[in-house]
Design a binder for this molecule. Structure first.
Ligand code: MG
Length: 410
């Protein structure tokens, strides 16, 4: 059996790990299409290595560069939104949706076509447009496979029983590079500090989200849509060794844990293998060498982003999309050196607070989700422009000393 695979976000960290797994099973997989954002040389190199049929770049201005890199290879290529659409439309049995951020929404939706499976690594599809996305997958009859390590571990653990018998789903968090940092120390954190993730090497955006625990908050929202479990039955525990990725607490008190060494190739291989496991070369779990597992409750005072995500999930409607849009703007401002690390939750909280008065249903389509996302980004950007970063820091400081600020409507 040969499966045809398309990878969206091929040159990112998930895409590169996917390429590694594919290269270990050349007989089993054929690469239909690879899609990347701007990295023409990296995309061309991967397309040649994997023998892809088609390569597409989102950035139209790099079409000539990509064509030159692929000359003589016989690999067709294109650039710009129509080329990305073409890549999504080509025949494939499985599409790996790993474009990071809201930029992944439309291509991931375009990947939902009858007769294929979608392995989802783009969180934003479920955070910003969970209802619309899952409804469209159902309408097209497309199974969604969870590629995020926590959700994949939960998928594996859930195979031990019926979803109806689940009491709680628990996601683990490594705690990120600031797990033991005080709020004062975090106030001075730089993007370089967030890049020191204890267990994974990832892109800049997700590094910041992992450090703030927003990543775990987004994953709670993701889990809600993937598994149809309500917010009150979803939990988080900090587990610095990152060996247990997710736990299912059953109604009889039994617990099933999904474990593996923290290596993204393991959940990727699980998604690519479908019914049968793939043999892959990755480090094996050596429990005696690890010695002990530790756990702690997440500290939402020091990591307000987790609380904000839980609140957005509980509020439902438009709020998860607003939270996500505001977070993307705030994280970019932090990466650009325009605001401090603790300004991220301050910007997100204020954006959510201002938007919450307007009330809105959950987006029914990807287009509605994108409109809402644009609105949240504009609001967050306006807050960043109008307010001095020092004021935002004061706001974050007030909440971390335990004061309850009254909700403001401006
Ligand atoms: Mg994860």
């Amino acid at each position: 059996m040969t499966d045809r695979i398309t990878v969206l976000g091929a040159t990112g960290s998930i895409g590169r790990s996917t390429a590694d797994v594919l290269s270990q099973h050349r007989d089993r997989f054929r690469v239909s299409a690879l899609v990347a954002g701007q990295d023409a040389a990296g995309l061309a190199r991967m397309a040649r290595e994997l023998g892809a049929e088609y390569a597409a770049l989102a950035d139209r201005s790099r079409h000539a560069e990509l064509r030159a890199e692929l000359s003589g290879s016989g690999i067709a290529c294109g650039a710009g939104p129509s080329a990305v659409h073409e890549a999504c439309s080509r025949d494939a049995d499985l599409v790996v949706a790993a474009i990071s951020g809201t930029a992944g929404l439309v291509p991931t939706r375009d990947a939902l076509k009858p007769g294929r499976r979608v392995a989802l690594a783009n969180k934003e599809s479920l955070v910003s447009a969970g209802q619309a996305f899952m409804a469209e997958a159902k309408r097209q009859g497309v199974p969604i496979l969870a590629m995020d390590s926590e959700h994949n571990a939960l998928t594996q653990a859930l195979a031990a029983g019926c979803i109806e018998d689940v009491e709680t789903l628990i996601l683990t968090a490594s705690g990120g590079p600031f797990r033991t940092w005080s709020s004062d120390r975090m106030a001075g954190a730089t993007p370089a500090h967030t890049a020191k993730h204890p267990t994974y090497s990832m892109g800049a955006k997700i590094n910041v989200d992992s450090a703030s625990l927003m990543n775990k908050g987004l994953e709670l929202i993701e889990a809600h849509h993937l598994f149809g479990v309500g917010p009150d039955r979803l939990g988080v525990v900090v587990h610095p060794q990152s060996i247990i990725h997710g736990l299912v607490q059953w109604r009889d008190g039994g617990v099933t844990a999904g474990m593996a060494v923290p290596d993204m190739r393991i959940p990727i291989a699980h998604c690519l293998g479908v019914e049968r496991r793939l043999t892959i070369e990755v480090p094996r779990l050596d429990l005696a060498a690890i010695g002990s597992f530790t756990f702690e409750a997440p500290d939402e005072e020091r990591f307000p982003c987790l609380r904000l995500a839980r609140e957005a999930l509980a509020a439902g409607g438009a709020m998860p999309a607003v939270l996500n849009g505001a977070n993307e703007i705030a994280v970019q401002a932090f990466l650009d050196g325009r605001i401090g690390f603790l300004d991220i939750p301050a910007v997100v909280e204020e954006t959510c607070r201002r938007r919450s008065g307007q009330g809105a249903a959950a987006p029914a389509t990807i287009e509605e989700a994108l409109a809402l996302d644009g609105e949240a980004r504009a609001l967050a950007a306006e807050l960043l422009q109008r307010r001095e970063p020092s004021q935002l820091k004061i706001a974050a400081g007030a909440s971390r000393s335990g004061e309850r600020r009254p909700p403001r409507r401006v």
